[in-house]
Design a protein around this ligand. Structure first.
Ligand code: CO
Length: 295
């Protein structure tokens, strides 16, 4: 049976400095309710002059995945295993840190020289305890190869999971949905979340309304009116259980749809390490300091 998801919590964002000092917009609280997502950082948008662009110098990760999605600008990355690569607008890097990597994420030298607009996302996806120490891996999906679907005034890039019949080929350890959506004014999107996953929507332009006809039927007072909850630019909406969400935008909007399972495991977090116990965090420090972190 289909049941509609509604907004159970609206988490506002604030602007903080990250890495070498670049600006990110981040939800105030990232607690257990948002499993399996540990962090949703909107990097920028920032306008950099020549020589001003900032990045994140060398740092380690263990126990989770970092997903970088660039909208504007140009980045390059390099890691302790000798991998290098670059990200251009629309490109996705899905990095599984697993047992550990040390990397740097910097503006591309051409972008640093010229300056310009930089905008994107870095999202941290937790790994279940069974996979925290897996071998590190990268999945890189250039803009030209990622599934994009456009229908009835709605555009979507499917980074993971499914939207409007398009499916991503990214291999995720646990089932993840990550979709970038742009809706024109007066459009409506019904997104299927399945019934097993935690669902959320992060709006970063315009606003949307989540409509819930189930509620209307149950309430005699609201009879004839569609119950509707507004989610605005800079809000992370946590959704109730259910199968699908009906999203309407009166004036147009841009947002990310995120979904993933409740891991139901303890989280011990220290900076760039996210494990299940304090002992595992201590071990991560020992391994990092002894140079045993990445091959
Ligand atoms: Co990093």
């Amino acid at each position: 049976m289909q049941s509609q998801r509604s907004v159970v919590d609206l988490v506002p964002t604030h602007v903080v400095r990250e890495g070498g000092g670049f600006k990110v917009r981040r939800p105030y609280r990232m607690g257990k309710v948002k499993s399996p997502f540990l962090l949703i950082d909107e990097m920028g948008p920032s306008e950099y002059g020549p020589g001003e662009a900032l990045g994140a110098p060398w740092h380690p990760h263990r126990g989770f995945e970092t997903v970088t999605y660039l909208l504007d600008g140009r980045m390059r990355h390099e890691d302790s295993a000798g991998n290098t690569g670059e990200l251009n607008p629309g490109d996705v890097q899905w990095m599984t840190a697993g047992r550990g990597i040390i990397h740097c994420e910097e503006p591309h030298e051409d972008f640093l020289r010229s300056g310009g607009r930089s905008h994107g996302f870095q999202i941290w996806v937790n790994l279940p305890s069974s996979h925290k120490m897996m071998e590190p891996r990268y999945q890189e999906v250039p803009s030209s190869e990622s599934p994009i679907v456009e229908k009835d005034g709605i555009w979507a890039r499917v980074i993971a999971g499914e939207c409007m019949g398009a499916t991503s080929s990214i291999d995720t350890v646990i089932p993840i949905t990550l979709v970038h959506v742009k809706m024109n004014a007066g459009t409506r999107l019904v997104q299927d979340f399945g019934s097993q996953l935690n669902g959320m929507i992060y709006v970063f332009g315009g606003k949307i309304n989540l409509e819930n006809k189930t509620q209307v039927k149950m309430s005699p007072i609201a009879h004839g009116i569609t119950a509707s909850q507004q989610v605005r630019d800079g809000d992370l909406a946590i959704l109730s259980n259910g199968t699908q969400a009906e999203i309407y935008s009166e004036k147009g909007a841009e947002f990310l749809i995120l979904a993933g399972p409740e891991l139901n495991e303890p989280i011990e977090r220290y900076g760039p390490f996210v494990m299940n116990t304090k002992e595992e965090i201590n071990q991560a420090f020992l391994d990092y300091r002894s140079g045993n972190f990445a091959r």
